[in-house]
Design a protein around this ligand. Structure first.
Ligand code: HEC
Length: 129
């Protein structure tokens, strides 16, 4: 998988922060945010992802998100569109330099931009009378 050329844009970062705070931080923690109790008891334990982008290429991270990790608690996120997954990859790429206030600012920006899942809502069929 080749990363999109606009991977490093702020829009992707904000979109990724929105997904990360909703779906990932509970297991993987985030800057200034602890993982939840459930995740602490998991085996294998969900790793903190701070340096994950240094160990995998964007294409590999995309693959992990799309397929999950076999025989572990890491789910597949294939029900998210590819664009969402790339946003999360972009977010992971900027985790190394991110402190908790950077993270909070991104999540707040995502909320101000309409928050999580707005684009999925548009896919929902309209109820018919
Ligand atoms: C239910 C808990 C859970 C959730 C939610 C979850 N993960 Fe994971 N994740 C795991 C576990 C457990 C592993 C470790 C698997 C292993 O070691 O084999 C993992 C591994 C990973 C890895 C590989 C890390 C490495 O060092 O090899 C990445 C990247 C990752 N997760 C990203 C994410 C992202 C991004 C999200 C949100 C879209 C997410 N995960 C949501 C449990 C979770």
């Amino acid at each position: 998988m080749t990363a999109p050329v606009d991977l490093e844009t702020q829009a992707r970062l904000v979109g990724g922060a929105s997904h990360f705070s909703t779906h990932c931080a509970s297991c993987h923690s985030a800057p200034g945010v602890e993982a939840e109790d459930m995740a602490v008891g998991m085996y294998p334990k969900p790793p903190v992802l701070k340096d994950v982008a240094q160990r995998y290429t964007p294409g590999e991270l995309f693959w992990i998100l799309k397929h999950g990790i076999k025989m572990s608690g890491m789910p597949s996120w294939a029900d998210h569109g590819d664009d969402d997954l790339w946003n999360i990859v972009a977010f992971l790429g900027s985790l190394p330099g991110m402190n908790s206030s950077d993270y909070q600012a991104l999540v707040a920006q995502a909320g101000a931009a309409g928050g999580h899942h707005t684009h999925h809502d548009m896919d929902m069929p309209m109820p018919r009378p």
